[in-house]
Ligand binder design. Structure first.
Ligand SMILES: Cc1cc2nc3c(=O)[nH]c(=O)nc-3n(C[C@H](O)[C@H](O)[C@H](O)COP(=O)(O)OP(=O)(O)OC[C@H]3O[C@@H](n4cnc5c(N)ncnc54)[C@H](O)[C@@H]3O)c2cc1C
Length: 418
C-alpha cells in the first residue's frame, strides 16, 4: 500500500484510491475506467504535482525486466524503476548512464516527468537521455514515441499531464569510473572570478554554501578518470582546501549517507549521486526549492541571492549550485539554454519558506528563473508561461491528448493548463 504522505511529509495525498497494478492490462483497464487518475513515482516531490483527486497509480509492482540493447546503446525499463536499481543492473552488464541526480532513490518516470537533473556543464538533465517512451493515454491505449516522433520533445518532461509512462528507453554508454574530491571554504571572490573554470573543472560539479559568510563551504568534484583531472591530489582548488575526511553537504551531518569521496576511483554508479541508496538522502527533515537561469546570468543570480542572505540563511539548511547543458524538451528548465541551478534545502517551515520564495522569485524575475517542477515555488501559470517558449504548444498537446482532463490535477490546473 502506498504511503499517504510524500517523502518529506509536507503533503498528504488527497487521492480517494491508490492502485498498484502488476500488469499492463490491469493498468489499462484502470485508466480507461477512471474519470481522474495520476501516476505517482517514489513520492520525492515537495509539492502536489503527483496528487490526484481520483485514483493514484503506483507502478512499483508493474512486471517487466530491464532490456539492454547493446547495438542501439539503450536500456528499456518499466517506468517505476528506481535509478539505484537500474544503475546496479547496468553495472552488472558493463554500462552506465550519463548522469544521476543527488539521490538514486527516485523513479525514472518521476525524474523524467519533472526534468530532474544532476550536474555538469556538458551534461543534459536526466530526461535528455530518454530515447523512447511508451505512454498509456487517456483511452487506455499504449502509444510508443521516440526521438523521430513529431511531438516527442513535448512528451518527455510532461508532468504526468499526457498519460502514464509505462516503459522508458534511455541512452547508455560503456561503464566509466569516477573519483570524487571535495574542497572546503572557497572564497566567494574566487567563485565569482573563476565560475566557469570551477564548474568545468570536472565532469560534474556542485558548490555548496549558506550564501552568507566569506566563502562557499564545499565544492564537490566528480571527475571521470578517463579525462584529465588537474586538481586530483592537489591541496588547493581555487583557494579551497582539500577535505581531510568525507563530508556531508549539510552542516553537522555524518558522511555515512554520502557517496564515496577522498579521490577513491570507482564505479560511476557509486559516485555520481551524492547519497547512497541504502540510506536516507539529504537530511530527511526538510523542504526543497530550485531555480534555474541561463548560465550567463550565473553571477548576477548569485549576487541577488547573496544579497538576500539575511532573509534566506535563517530558513536555509544548504544551497547547492549546479550547471546543466541545454536541451530541446519543451518544459525542461534547460530548454534552449545552458543553465545554472540554485537549489535550496530548507528547514521544514513551509509557510515562512513560501513567503520567502515569493520575494526571491520577484528579485530573480529579470533573469527569468525557471523553477524545478517537483519542488516548492509560488510562480503561477501566467508567470510560468513567459518562461517557456513552447508552453502554449504543450498546453495544446495536453488538451488534444487528454480532452476530458483525466490527468489534470489541482497542480496542473494552477500552474500549467488552467
Ligand atoms: C532528498 C531529495 C533530493 C533531490 N535531489 C534532486 C536532484 O539532485 N536533482 C533534481 O533535479 N531533483 C532532485 N530532487 C527532486 C526529485 O528528483 C523530483 O521531485 C522527482 O520528480 C522525484 O521523482 P519521484 O519518482 O519521487 O516522482 P514523484 O514525486 O512521485 O512524481 C513526480 C511527477 O512524476 C509524475 N510521474 C510519476 N510516475 C509517472 C509515470 N509512470 N508516468 C507519468 N508521470 C509520472 C507524477 O505524476 C508527478 O507529476 C530531490 C528530491 C529529494 C527528496
Amino acid at each position: 500500500m502506498l504511503e499517504e504522505y510524500n517523502w518529506a511529509g509536507n503533503l498528504r495525498y488527497c487521492a480517494a484510491e491508490v492502485a498498484q497494478p502488476s500488469t499492463l492490462d490491469e493498468l489499462s483497464a484502470l485508466v480507461s475506467a477512471a474519470p481522474s487518475v495520476r501516476a505517482v513515482g517514489t513520492r520525492h516531490s515537495f509539492n502536489d504535482i503527483a496528487d490526484s483527486a481520483g485514483v493514484l497509480v503506483s507502478l512499483e509492482k508493474l512486471e517487466g525486466e530491464p532490456v539492454l540493447d547493446r547495438q542501439a546503446r539503450t536500456v528499456t525499463v518499466t517506468a517505476g524503476t528506481r535509478y539505484g536499481d537500474l544503475a546496479a543492473f547496468l553495472v552488472r552488464h558493463g554500462y552506465a548512464l550519463h548522469n544521476l541526480a543527488s539521490l538514486p532513490h527516485i523513479s525514472v518516470a518521476g525524474a523524467v516527468a519533472t526534468g530532474t537533473h544532476g550536474s555538469g556543464n556538458r551534461n543534459g538533465n536526466l530526461a535528455s537521455a530518454v530515447a523512447a517512451l511508451e505512454l498509456l493515454t487517456a483511452d487506455g491505449q499504449v502509444v510508443r514515441v521516440d526521438r523521430s516522433s513529431p511531438e516527442f520533445n513535448g512528451m518527455v518532461v510532461s508532468l504526468g499531464a499526457l498519460g502514464i509512462f509505462t516503459r522508458i528507453t534511455l541512452d547508455v554508454e560503456p561503464a566509466y569510473e569516477v573519483r570524487q574530491d571535495v574542497f572546503t571554504d572557497l572564497p566567494w571572490e574566487s567563485v565569482e572570478e573563476n565560475f566557469d573554470a570551477i564548474t568545468s573543472a570536472a565532469y560534474s560539479v556542485s558548490i555548496f554554501s549558506s550564501l552568507a559568510g566569506p566563502s562557499a563551504t564545499q565544492v564537490w568534484l566528480k571527475g571521470r578518470t578517463d579525462r584529465e583531472l588537474p586538481y586530483a591530489g592537489a591541496a588547493d582548488f581555487f583557494g579551497g582546501t582539500a577535505a581531510a575526511e568525507p563530508m556531508h553537504p549539510l552542516p553537522g551531518m555524518s558522511a555515512v549517507n554520502c557517496s564515496q569521496q577522498m579521490g577513491v576511483a570507482g564505479s560511476w554508479s557509486d559516485r555520481l549521486a551524492h547519497f547512497r541508496l541504502a540510506f536516507t538522502p539529504s537530511n530527511g527533515d526538510e523542504l526543497q526549492s530550485e531555480y534555474l537561469v541561463e548560465r550567463g546570468a550565473a553571477l548576477e543570480a548569485l549576487s541577488i541571492l547573496r544579497g538576500m542572505s539575511v532573509e534566506i540563511t535563517p530558513l536555509l539548511q544548504v544551497c547547492e549550485i549546479r550547471t546543466m547543458a541545454r536541451d530541446d524538451l519543451w518544459l525542461s528548465s534547460s530548454y534552449g539554454q545552458d543553465t545554472v541551478g540554485f537549489h535550496f534545502t530548507w528547514k521544514p517551515q513551509q509557510a515562512d519558506v513560501e513567503a520567502l520564495l515569493a520575494r526571491m522569485e520577484a528579485a530573480l524575475a529579470p533573469l527569468k528563473p525557471r523553477p524545478h517542477w517537483g519542488k516548492l515555488f509560488t510562480l503561477e501559470r501566467d508567470e510560468l508561461q513567459g518562461l517557456y517558449p513552447r508552453f502554449g504548444d504543450f498546453q495544446e498537446l495536453a488538451r488534444r491528448m487528454d480532452p476530458d482532463r483525466k490527468f489534470v490535477n489541482a497542480f496542473l490546473g494552477r500552474k500549467v493548463l488552467g
